[in-house]
Design a protein around this ligand. Structure first.
Ligand SMILES: *Cc1c(COP(=O)(O)O)cnc(C)c1O
Length: 407
């Protein structure tokens, strides 16, 4: 059984993280953070700020901006629920921006409607490894005096620090993200004064517990061990025997911050070990490592186009694709997932994402196209360990299932 996803971290990185958790000193933290920020920023404009997570950084940004109550924040309609929750928590009104399923970029006509003079902030998510062209958003936002935040949580690439004109670009290194350090985020903030306010606010936070971080590293070492084909097959068989649902179990296991209140968990400074592991990961993350994933995704995309022309791959028409994940749309998701499982491929429809609701009383702003996409998403396994022969076999299942995929 090919597992749905491989965590983008090796045993040696996990061991180094544990080593850092045991030996790193609090006194080294400042220096490690500054070095990491300076190295990652390179010659890009602005200031880098390392945070515990993208959500922590976004919450810091909203605290620092102090926008007037009920200001509107336009957000890519497909995002993670916490980003929308954070907007609401600050007394602001999220307004979804519907997406073009072919490119996953904001739909131009919808962008025109969603950004108004009440909009203070526009948050564009680069989804599934694509990069949405930011120029139309920047142009429209500038005319209304709104800031543009680029959510690059799903779009890390070595050397990419976001669009140079974006006001804030956020990169996540949470557990399922590319080049993960099992947490951590880097934000590039164009306005140094704004970055300084965020830094000061963050300096007042308690420090992430390093024993909690060490436990996290151990848990993921366990999950990592389940990724090989035989181990994953054994996991699925055991779950069957015990009457447990492996899909739910896995989706629960990789949840970023499980349980408890959101804001106290977000409002912490990253511990020294997290910063040290993140620095190690980014310095060693080669373009070749990423190219292998891109190539695997492009191979599958080519096979799907040739052999299942009726199948829709959201984002496949985007000008830039790095295939962080590989979704297809299916009308009957469970039938497709069952057929793939029978052939040895663990696809899933479970995801940590959601579609942002239209503001109360404004049904015309509902992101209906994005919702239709969201309700049909199935994520296929697709990573360099899979041979082309395996991708061909998976494509054959999709060809046989075309009837359950089309509308
Ligand atoms: C993962 C993700 C986030 C949150 O990243 P954290 O670092 O876990 O807070 C935000 N937006 C999108 C689109 C994501 O995929």
């Amino acid at each position: 059984m090919w597992a749905r996803k491989r965590l983008d971290i090796d045993g040696l990185d996990l061991a180094c993280g544990l080593g850092a958790a045991l030996t790193c000193r609090q006194s080294e933290r400042q220096a490690i953070q500054e070095q990491l920020e300076r190295w990652w920023l390179g010659s890009s404009p602005g200031v880098a700020v390392a945070c515990l997570s993208v959500r922590s950084g976004f919450d810091l940004l909203l605290q620092a901006l102090q926008l007037p109550a009920l200001s509107e924040v336009a957000v890519s309609a497909l995002t993670i629920p916490d980003m929308v929750r954070i907007v609401r928590y600050h007394g602001l009104t999220p307004v979804p921006v519907d997406l073009d399923p072919a490119t996953l970029a904001p739909e131009p006509a919808f962008l025109e409607r969603a950004i108004t003079p009440s909009t203070r902030l526009v948050v564009v998510a680069h989804l599934f490894g694509t990069r949405a062209p930011l120029e139309p958003v920047l142009e429209k936002a500038r005319r209304c005096g709104a800031l543009v935040v680029e959510d690059c949580a799903q779009a890390y690439a070595p050397g990419f620090t976001g669009h140079p004109e974006a006001d804030v670009s956020c990169f996540s290194f949470g557990s399922i993200k590319r080049a993960t350090a099992l947490g951590g985020a880097l934000l590039r903030v164009r306005d140094p004064a704004l970055a300084e306010r965020m830094r000061l606010l963050q300096a007042g936070y308690p420090l992430q517990s390093r024993s909690a971080y060490a436990r996290r590293l151990l848990k993921y070492a366990g999950l990592k061990a389940l990724e090989s084909r035989p181990a994953f097959a054994a996991l699925v068989a055991t779950c069957k025997l015990l009457g447990a649902d492996p899909d739910r179990l896995l989706n629960q296991a990789v949840k970023g911050f499980a349980g408890g209140e959101l804001f106290p968990r977000l409002r912490q400074q990253p511990c020294t070990a997290l910063l040290a592991l993140l620095a190690r990961r980014l310095r060693r993350y080669t373009p070749a490592r990423m190219a292998a994933q891109v190539e695997c995704g492009e191979t599958l995309l080519r096979l799907l186009r040739e052999r299942c022309p009726g199948v829709t791959v959201p984002g496949s028409a985007a000008p830039y694709r790095s295939h962080w994940v590989m979704p297809v749309l299916a009308e009957h998701r469970q039938a497709l997932i069952a057929a793939l499982a029978a052939a040895g491929f663990d696809a899933t429809s479970g995801s940590s994402m959601c579609v942002a609701d239209a503001p109360d009383g404004q049904p015309a702003l509902a992101a209906t196209t994005t919702r239709q996409v969201f309700e049909r998403l199935v994520y296929l396994p697709c990573y360099p360990a899979m041979s082309e022969a395996a991708l061909v076999r998976m494509t054959a299942v999709l060809t046989a299932q075309q009837g359950s995929m089309e509308r």
